[in-house]
Design a protein around this ligand. Sequence first.
Ligand SMILES: Cc1ncc(C[n+]2csc(CCOP(=O)(O)OP(=O)(O)O)c2C)c(N)n1
Ligand SMILES: [Mg+2]
Length: 658
Amino acid sequence: MARKDPRPEVNRRKFLAGVAVAGAATAVTPPVANGATPATLPNADPPRRPSALPPNMHVAAAETATPKELPRIGGVAGSDFMVDVIKTLDIKYCPSNCASSFRAIHESLINYGGNKMPEYLTCTHEESAVGMAHGYFKIAGKPLISLCHGTVGLQHATMAVYNAWCDRVPVIVIGGNDLDAAHRPPGVPTFHSAQDINAIVRDYTKWDDTPVGLQHFAQSFVRAYKISMTPPYGPVAISLDAGLQQEPMKGNGEKLYIPRYVASSPPQGDTGGVKEAARLLANAQNPVIVADRAARTENGIRLLVQLAELLQAQVVDQGGRMNFPKTHYLSRPPTAVSNADVVLGLELSDFWAVVNAYTDNGEHGIGVNSSRIKPDTKLISINSSELLTKANYQDFQRFQSVDVSMPADAEATLPALIEAVKSAIPNDRKAAIEKRGEAARKAFAEARERTKQTAALAWNASPISTARLVMETWGQIKDLDWSLVASSGNVSNWPNRLWPMEKHYHWLGASGGYGVGYGAPASVGAALANRDLGRFSVSIQSDGDLMYAPGVLWTAAKHKIPLLAVMHNNRGYHQEVMHVQRLSNFRNRVASLGGDMGPIGTSIENPDIEYHKLAESMGWWAKGPIKDPDQLGAVIKEAVAVVKSGQPALVNVWTQPR
Ligand SMILES: Cc1ncc(C[n+]2csc(CCOP(=O)(O)OP(=O)(O)O)c2C)c(N)n1
Ligand SMILES: [Mg+2]
C-alpha cells in the first residue's frame, strides 16, 4: 500500500548535515515575536550552512584507528580449570543470558572448552534459562548449569529456581559476582555485586557455596552436583567470583585436583516402617495408593504397577510425575480415597489435601475444612521431601498426622515394600484381593465411558472446546513416539484423562511452585532433551504463561529445538477471572468488566495478541488464530510435519476458558 506521506530518506550525510543545521539554528535563531514569521520555518529561505561539521579527533579516531593492543595475560586462566571440573560431570548444556560477571568462564567455555559438554545456549532471560534446565532434567534425568549475572541476573532467575525447588528438580545455578570491593570496576559491575548473592536463592536451594580458590571451586562444584542429584533432588547455587575466574592460576605449590563424583544412594525407608506399612496394606479391605512425585524413572512406574497389582489396590496418580499408566484398570480419580481404610501416600506434596477438602467461601469469607476419608482410615507416608524442609517458604503445606511416616525416597523404598507385602498377605485374604480387582476393572471401564461423554460436550463449539483441542492434537501425534512436555494453563486435565499415557516421558508434571511462566521454557528444555533422544515433543501452551518471557521462542528456533506448541489461547488469565468473579459474587457485586470478557485486570484481549506472528518473528513456523474446530486437525498436521523436519511450530488456537 502506498504511503500518503512517504518518509524522507535519511542517509548518513543528510543526517549529519541535519544535526549540524539544527544545532546551528538553535544557537543563532533569535526569539520570535507572536505572529511574526521566523526565518527558519518552511518556505522561508534558510541561510546557507556548511553540509557537515568535521568530526572531532576523538570521533575520527574511534571510527578509523586500530584498537590499542591490550596486554596479554600469561599463565593458565582460572576459568579454564573450572571448565575442566565441569567437564567431568556429563553436563550437556549451559542455557544462560550473558553478562560481564561471568565473562571469563563464558570465554573459557566457548574457546577453551570448545563449546561442548556443556554447549552454551543463548537465552534472552534468566528465568527462561533456569526453566529450560528444569524441563530438560525431567526428560534427561541429568542436570544442566545456568550462569546468572550477579544480583540482577539471579533476581530474574528466582521464580524458576523456586519452581525447581518445589518440583524437586536439580539445577546448578552459577552466579557471577565481583567480591573484591577494592579492585572490581566501579559503576555498573559494583551495582551487580553483593557480599552474598546466594542469599537471593538460599531459602529455596538445597545448598550453596562461594568458593574463594580454585581447589575450593573443584570441591564445591562436585559437591553441588552430588547434593542436587541425591533424592530428594533440588537446585543448588554457586557464587563465582569474577577475579577467581579471570586471574591466571597461581602456582603456590599446590597441585590442583578434581574430586571424583560418585552418586549417592537415595534414602530408603527403614525396615520397621516398611514392615508396618506392609502389614497394614496386606490386611486392608480397601487400600488406596496416592502418588505425586513417586516415579523418578521408568522403573518407578513398573514398581508401582507391581505393588498395585499385588494388592489390587486402586491408584490415584496426582500427576506430579508420570507415576502409573492411565490405561491400567487400577487407575482411579482422587475421590477413590473416600472408601479407603488404608491410604499409602508416595511423595505427596500435600497429604493434608488428599484427605481433607477445603472450600474458600464459607460463612464470613472464611475457608471451611471437611474430611474426605473415613475417621479410622490409616495413613502411611513415604516422602523424601521431609528431608528438604526449610522454614520460610511454605511448600511443606498443612501439617497432616500419619500413622506410619518414612522420610525416604518412594521409588527406592518400593522394592522392599513389595517384598514385605508379599510375605504379609495372609493366604485367606487372596480371594478377597482378587475380587477387588474385578470390581476395579468394571469401575475403570465405566469411568472411561463417562469421561468420553463429557469430552464430547460442545465438540463443535467456537472458540474451540479444550477437549476438542486436546483430541485434535492427539489425532496427529498418536503414531509418533510422543512426549507431552508441558500443559500450561488449564485444559480441564484432558490429556491425562484421555491420552493413553504409559511411559515416564508421556507426562512430566507441572511447575512445582505454580509460578506461571514455567510452561514455555520448560517445554523448550524438555524438547531439547527429547530431540537428543529422537522423540517428538508437544506442549499445550497457554496464553498467559507464554507472555511472561516469550523470548524463549527465539532460543528454540536459534538452537533448532523441534517442539509443537498447540495454544490454549483463552484470551485471559482464566484462573484469576474465576477468582475475582468469585469474590464479586461473594460480596454480592457485579464484576466490572471494562469492556472485556473477564473482570478488569484478568483478560488478555483488546488488543488480541497474535501469538502466531510473535512466534513467526522469532523463527518459528506458525499459524492461527484457529477458531473453527473443523480446521484444527489439518493445521496441526502441517505443524507436525514441520516439527518432524527439525523446527519448532506453533498453532494459535482460540479456546473456551476451561
Ligand atoms: C508468576 C505468577 N504470577 C501470577 C500468578 C497467578 N496466576 C495463577 S494462574 C494465572 C493465570 C495464568 O493464565 P494462563 O496461563 O493463560 O492460564 P489459564 O488460567 O487462562 O488457563 C495467574 C496469573 C502465578 N501463579 N504466578
Ligand atoms: Mg489463558
